[in-house]
Structure formats: C-alpha cells, structure tokens
Design a protein around this ligand. Structure first.
Ligand code: G6P
Ligand code: ZN
Length: 541
C-alpha cells in the first residue's frame, strides 16, 4: 500500500447530486483521489465492508473506476462490486447496494450533462440504503476535502472490467457483475410482464430513446427481450463515451427526434427516453406529452394496477418546484403528500420510514421505494403496466385524469450560464422583496403568499433552508425561482410556472397560452431582463 501526499483542491463541494466538474478538472493529478479519499475518511468503512462502483459509461469512467478500486482496497474494503464495462445505471447501482448489503457505493456520472474530454464528469457517494448521501455526510466530505493531505492506494495494475468474475486486488475481492440481470429481475417482480407482453402481442408499439447512454443495454434486455417489443424499439441503444455528441437529457429540446416522431403520423402508441445515467424519464404518448409532474400524479393514481403496488401507497412525495398535481391524487387516496427540497436525497428518509411509496420531481425523475434513486425505466414500465391493464392510450388516460382532478398547467424556464453575480443579485433582490408581495397585483394575478422554502424533515428533524423562492397567487397558481445546483458553468436560473385549472375548467388548452400571465409576472417580480439582459429562456421544458 502506498500513501500518496496530496494538497486540497478548492471547490470539491458536492451539489444537488454529487461532485460535478469538467473532465479536465477531474484529470488534474489527485483530484478524483482527493475526493474519493475524503469519502472514505468520512464514512470509515468497517474492515471487510462491501463497496459498489459503477458509472454511466461516459468519458473518464474507466480511469476513475480503476483509481477507485485501488483506493478501496487500500482503505480496507473487503469486496468491491463493479458493473461489467464499468457500467451501472444509477437505479441499478442503488439496487446492487441494497441487494448485496453493501456499505455504500460510488456512482460515476454527470447524469444528463454531456460527456467527452471537454464535457462533464461526476462522482456521487450513496449510502447503505442505496440512496444519495444526506447533507450531513456530503458536508463532512466537503470539509474533509479542505484539509486532506494524503490518499491511500494499492500499487496494482488495472483490472479487466470487461470479464465477469472475481479477482483479487490486495486483500480485496473485486467482482465484475452483469449490470443488467439483477435490475431486470427486480422489474419483473414489480410489474405484470405477462399482461404487458400480451398487449405487445396485441399490437402495442413503442419507441425508447436511450440517447446513447446507460439505459441502452437495460432497455434492450427488458423491452425487446423480455417484453417482446420489436427489435429497433430501443433507439440509440449503444452507450457511447460522448453520448454521440448529444446532451443525454430526455426533454423536448434534447430528445427532439423522439418528440417529432411521437407527434407525427408514424407515431407508435408510447414513447419514452432516459438520461445519461438512467434515472430520469420522458413520457410522451402518441400526440400527447406528459409533464413529469403530471406523470407522477398519473402513476400514483394508477400504481395499484401493478403487482408491486397492489396493496396501495403509503404516501406520495414531490419536490417543492414539482406541480401540486400529485397532492390532489394523495388527497383523493386519503394518504399524505410530502413537499421536499429539490434533490432525490430528500426522499430517502421518507422512503426508509415507510411514509412515502412513490416520489417524483419536475426534473423528470420518478421512482419508488424499490430502490433509493429515481428510476427511468421503472417509470416507463409502470406506465406500460397501467396502459396494458386499462387498455387505454396515454392521451385518453391524461384526459380522464384531468377531468377527475383538474389540470396543473406547468412549464420550467431555464436561463443558463448566467454570471454568478447577476444570478445571485437577482435572487437576493427577489428574496428581499418577498415580505411586501402578499396582496400585490401583478397583471391579472394577485399574490397570496411568498416565501423562501425551508424544509423540516419529519423523520430526522433536520432543516434545510433557502431551497427556492415561492410566490403563490390566489386560485392556486404559482411561480418558483431557484438556482440550479447541478450546473458546471456559471449559474442557471430556473423559473417554474404553474397554473391550476379546476375540474370543469379549461382543461384542453396549450400550455404557453395558459401560462402567459405567469410568464409576464415572473419578469415583473424578479426583473429577469433587468438583472441578466436576457429576454427569453434558453430552455423551456
Ligand atoms: C438531479 C437530482 C434531482 C434534481 C435535479 C435538478 O437530477 O438528482 O433530484 O431534481 O438534479 O437539479 P437542479 O439543482 O439542477 O435543478
Ligand atoms: Zn440522471
């Protein structure tokens, strides 16, 4: 074992979802090692503990995996489980941690951010429940990165990541496992594959865009092999280190090809996509886009149709900027609804405590207590299960849902790569103005309340403050302003717009039209153009 001297790097603070930086930053000598050693120093693995390592296959994945294996062995781990080819989707990694009772895992991904030598990389630590480390742990890791002066590693050659089996690295057993099998089996236990297969045999068609990212092998095994969808159903199914030069973010902008297909005459019944590391999902029916917030609500309302959820849900949790559509479902089911800060890690305690069964976020994440990450293919399969049992189209299901619960028109406007000072100034000025907003008229809208969202975790009693600025209007409309915690360049301002139309109201209109007053109000309240010079968002999702 060698003890390598090192000095701290600045800025190794994990964001919404781990440490994310440009590949070039990670390539600096000792950069990844410092962070990984800080993780090990904080979590202090028991001798012989099991560690899971896997990533989304992006550029630099294999290099960091080899570094991490040598360091895990030197830090006393007894076994490392690593996905073949260095591949594990984020939900599959969560499952492996739980299934093999690992003490935790390192997930190497920058999620939906582009990959390649000039693009992004990331490292995230997940704890024994399979979920992202809570803030107490990530804060301690960050603190440790600021004083770190050595890291431990064995001086051993790279292992063969492509061959299944177990090898020894020092006293540590390193097992290369099939990244897909356990996950696919789990899906088969949760969902009614026989009924979905029958629907496929009866003519149900779909298109799944894996975006050259990690879900390709998972989707091919599950959708084409186990469920019988036609070969070619999975598009862009081979993971590439640079995702084919695309942004592996399943939204209307970056999954445009799928979108165009789903709104064309040639559209199959069902369309879906997932992101770089397989935890996000996009759901688009034939000629019908389903917002992530609506998807959460619709899945929750129908989940009992899948075997894994037949006994009903304990509760539904959503992040604060996610629309309140799911709250209405919870109310009608007579179960609690939870509102957490952005970031999947905030669902962990609720899931562990059995208080929530299904969770979701506006950022295209949906999942349940089957793992402790959001899960793109899980959402796709639950949708398929529901459509197959109800023998209904996505569009018809959506319309019936809105007719029963009302509709939360929703959009998110992103202003990307803003100078940090501008974004901070905008947020500071808006925050300072919140107290005077109630009662104020903004166009045709009247402010009811306004606050800075703070979350009190009902399980561990911890508080997370400053989680976004909310302006709520009379009638249930709302604007939320937040700075992204996942960017790697400057600041990204997210403006979340939501308008509620009750049962019997205008349920079949175009979203931009329905949100026009809110869009104008957002600029009036926050001075977006005044602070940033921007007159339109970069991305609307
Ligand atoms: C990641 C997290 C999500 C979060 C999303 C958006 O995907 O896992 O929980 O909702 O990032 O975060 P951001 O801070 O960029 O809005
Ligand atoms: Zn992701």
């Amino acid at each position: 074992m060698t003890t390598y001297k090192t000095t701290p790097y600045e800025g190794q603070k994990p964001g919404t979802s781990g440490l994310r930086k440009k590949v070039r930053v990670f390539q600096q000598p000792g950069y990844a090692e410092n962070f990984i050693q800080a993780v090990f120093d904080v979590v202090e693995p028991a001798p012989g503990a099991v560690l899971v390592i896997g990533g989304d296959g992006r550029y630099h994945n294999r290099t960091v995996i080899q570094q991490a294996i040598r360091m895990a062995a030197a830090n006393g781990y007894g076994q490392v489980l690593v996905g073949q080819g260095g591949i594990l989707s984020t939900p599959a990694a969560s499952n492996v941690i739980r299934q093999y009772k690992a003490s935790g895992g390192l997930i190497l991904s920058a999620s939906h951010n582009p990959g390649g030598p000039d693009e992004d990389f990331g490292i995230k630590y997940n704890i024994a429940n399979g979920g992202p480390a809570p803030e107490s742990v990530t804060d301690a890791i960050y603190a440790r990165t600021q004083t770190i002066d050595r890291y431990l590693a064995l001086d051993t050659p790279d292992i063969d990541l492509d061959t299944l089996g177990t090898v020894e690295v020092g006293a540590c057993r390193v097992t290369v496992l099939d990244p897909v099998a356990d996950y696919a089996d789990l899906m088969e236990r949760l969902f009614d594959f026989a009924t979905i297969r029958a629907a496929v045999a009866g003519g149900l068609t779909m298109a799944f865009d894996a975006m050259h990212a990690v879900t390709g092998p998972y989707a091919t095994e599950i959708l084409e092999k186990r469920l019988g969808f036609a070969p070619g159903t999975v598009r862009n199914g081979v993971p590439l280190e640079d995702f084919g030069g695309h942004h592996p973010d399943p939204n209307m902008v970056h999954a445009k090809e799928l979108f165009d297909l789903m709104f064309s005459e040639a559209a199959p019944d069902f369309g879906a996509a997932s992101d770089g590391d397989g935890d996000r999902n996009l759901i688009v029916g034939k000629h019908r886009f389903v917002t992530p917030s609506d998807s959460l609500a619709m899945l929750a309302a129908n989940a009992h149709l899948a075997p894994g959820y037949a006994k009903g849900l304990a509760g539904i949790a959503r992040s604060m900027p996610t629309s309140a559509a799911a709250d209405r479902v919870a109310a009608s089911l007579g179960i609690p609804a939870f509102e957490t800060p952005t970031g999947w890690k905030f669902f962990g305690n609720l899931l562990d405590a059995g208080m929530a069964t299904i969770c979701g976020e506006e950022s295209a994440g949906t999942g349940s207590d089957h793992v402790r990450e959001k899960d793109g293919l899980w959402a796709v399969l639950l949708w398929l299960n529901i459509l197959a049992v109800r023998k209904i189209s996505v569009d018809a299901l959506a319309r019936k849902h809105w007719a029963k619960f009302g509709r939360n028109y929703y959009a998110r406007h992103d202003y990307e790569a803003l100078p940090t000072e501008q974004a901070d100034a905008l947020m500071a000025a808006l925050k300072a103005s919140l107290g005077a907003l109630p009662g104020r008229k903004v166009g045709p809208l009247r402010v009811e309340t306004a606050d800075s969202f703070s979350y009190l975790d009902p399980v561990d009693g911890s508080t997370s403050a400053n989680q976004g600025l909310r302006v709520l209007f009379e009638g249930g409309s709302r604007i939320v302003f937040r700075l992204s915690g996942t960017g790697t360049q400057g600041a990204t301002l997210r403006v979340y717009l939501e308008r509620y139309e009750p049962v019997g109201g205008d349920l079949d209109r175009e979203t931009p039209e329905m949100l026009a007053d809110l869009i104008a109000a957002a600029d009036e309240l926050a001075g977006i153009t005044r602070h940033t010079g921007r007159t339109a968002p970069d991305v609307v999702t």
